[in-house]
Ligand binder design. Structure first.
Ligand code: NAI
Length: 462
């Protein structure tokens, strides 16, 4: 008899959440993880450490720009980079220890090492073969660089190296104006680096609402970030302690160079599936290196499932978590559910940017008649008091039925505010349902109600 009902490979947010859910459902569960600590990219070298640096640098920004306005006088704090790194490390430690505690609480075995599937039902870790009825692959993703660029994680870094730079660089070039580039770019800009973002497209954050893109770029420029748009980076020349980034402007095909202390390559991530033995097993993969699964997250091989960044869809921790829980449900109870239409996306800059559902462009393409309810944070009392009035809430609702179809927010706590709309969309709510819901005053969330009112007779404060 197999020792386990489920072996999960990988302990990132997809894997560890899935393992806990499996255990809660009464399945004997193990999780294979080769890193020193649990939590995967997100907890160790991704979401969590970057949020610590975003928070610390945001505090500095507040002290430098807003304290005096509130009558809080005195010298602005100076940056102790070693201590900021220690704070980041401690944040990681308490989170990864938390997962270890949850594993013990739920009686999940942590098999330390890198797993390889030898046949369905058999996972080898080092010299030991573990038998199991089901396998869930949650092996995540790694940064994907560009041809002509050699990452050394010192001068030419990915998000991993950018979190542990030995000192704050004078100059930083960020390749790619996506989520990673803008989050980490704004950290270093606030800490005093001269940050230039070089982006291939003509707009930042591809796929996002066009109005949000414009407002976001304007705000980031105001914060000191420089942008070179429509520029294809060709290569990076490494010098002794610096680097030169070579790019071609798309509009006139002219070639340019920027010299810098650090280059952050933030041009996307790719699934990490090396060493799992998938090719030998005949697991079907897409052209983009993603594991193919059916609607129940099962691969073409019975008993082998895959979730998270290693499969299709947005590379987001919470999408992986949802798939992890749903797969546990599929294994234990034959049915699992993820609503892919209601997966929020958040950029944790300052202000935050958040979205859920469709964009206006998508509605136009689909030929769906829609209405827009927009409300500027300038009309929100709480935002004004907190120097956070730049930005807006934009709701998209079906023109005929008033059903909420999408939301795009740039402004204070956007990453938290978006969830009110996620819940509303899950319940099939209309803009009027939101507008009729009493919202406490004074809160940022009133901006959502006002945007909902703007889908009807009109907002009150605009
Ligand atoms: P991304 O796909 O979001 O952005 C990459 C950018 O690089 C694009 O704008 C692209 O046009 C540009 N680019 C590509 N080649 C280029 C070239 N040769 N020259 C100039 N620009 C070029 O990728 P990113 O930011 O690396 O993020 C990777 C993944 O991680 C994403 O799926 C993202 O959703 C996820 N992530 C999510 C976070 C969050 O939810 N807050 C935080 C960090 C990562």
């Amino acid at each position: 008899m197999a020792a386990y009902d489920v072996i999960v490979i990988g302990s990132g947010p997809g894997g560890y959440v899935s393992a806990i859910r499996c255990a809660q459902l009464g399945l004997k569960t193990a999780c294979v993880e080769g890193r020193e600590t649990l939590g995967g990219t997100c907890l160790n070298i991704g979401c969590i450490p970057s949020k610590a640096l975003l928070h610390a640098s945001h505090m500095l920004h507040e002290a430098e720009h807003n304290f005096a306005k509130m009558g809080l006088n005195g010298k602005s704090p100076s940056v102790d980079w070693k201590q900021m790194q220690a704070y980041k490390t401690e944040t990681i430690r308490s989170n990864t220890n938390g997962v270890e505690f949850l594993f013990k609480k739920n009686k999940i075995d942590w098999i330390k090492g890198w797993g390889q599937i030898i046949t369905p039902g058999k996972v080898r870790v080092d010299d030991t073969v573990h038998e199991t009825k089901n396998i869930i692959i949650a092996s995540g993703s790694v940064p994907s660089s560009l041809p002509g660029i050699e990452v050394d994680e010192k001068i030419v870094v990915t998000s991993t190296g950018a979190l542990t730079l030995p000192k704050i660089p004078k100059k930083m070039v960020v390749i790619g104006a996506g989520v990673i580039g803008l989050e980490l770019g704004s950290v270093y800009a606030r800490l005093g680096s001269e940050v230039t973002v070089v982006e291939y497209l003509d707009a930042i954050t591809p796929g996002m609402d066009a109005e949000v893109q414009k407002t976001f770029q304007r705000i980031l420029k105001k914060q000191g970030l420089k942008f070179v748009m429509g520029a294809a980076v060709q290569s990076v020349d490494k010098l002794k302690t610096k680097a030169k980034v070579n790019y071609k402007l798309r509009k006139d095909e002219s070639y340019h160079q920027i010299e810098t202390d650090v280059v952050l390559v933030a041009t996307g991530r790719k699934p990490f599936t090396e060493g799992l033995g998938l090719k030998e097993l005949g697991v079907k993969m897409s052209d983009r290196g993603q594991i193919k699964t059916d609607e129940r997250w099962q691969t073409n091989i019975s008993g082998i499932f895959a979730i998270g960044d290693a499969i299709d869809g947005p590379m987001l921790a919470h999408k992986a978590e949802d798939e992890g829980m749903a797969t546990a449900d599929v294994i234990a109870r034959k049915h699992g559910h993820v609503n892919y239409n209601v997966i929020p996306g958040v950029i944790y800059t300052s202000p935050e940017v958040a979205n859920v559902g469709v964009t206006e462009d998508e509605l136009k393409q689909q030929g769906i008649a829609y209405k827009i309810g927009k409300f500027m944070f300038m009309g929100n009392g709480r935002a004004k008091a907190n120097f956070a009035a730049d930005g807006f809430v934009k709701l998209l609702a079906d023109a005929k039925t008033d059903r909420l179809l999408g939301a795009h927010i740039i402004g204070p706590s956007a990453g938290d505010l978006i969830h009110e709309i996620c819940v509303a969309m899950e319940f099939g709510a209309t803009a009027e349902d939101l507008a009729l819901t009493c919202h406490a005053h004074p809160t940022y969330s009133e901006a959502i109600r006002e945007a909902a009112l703007a889908c009807g007779l009109g907002a009150i404060h605009s």
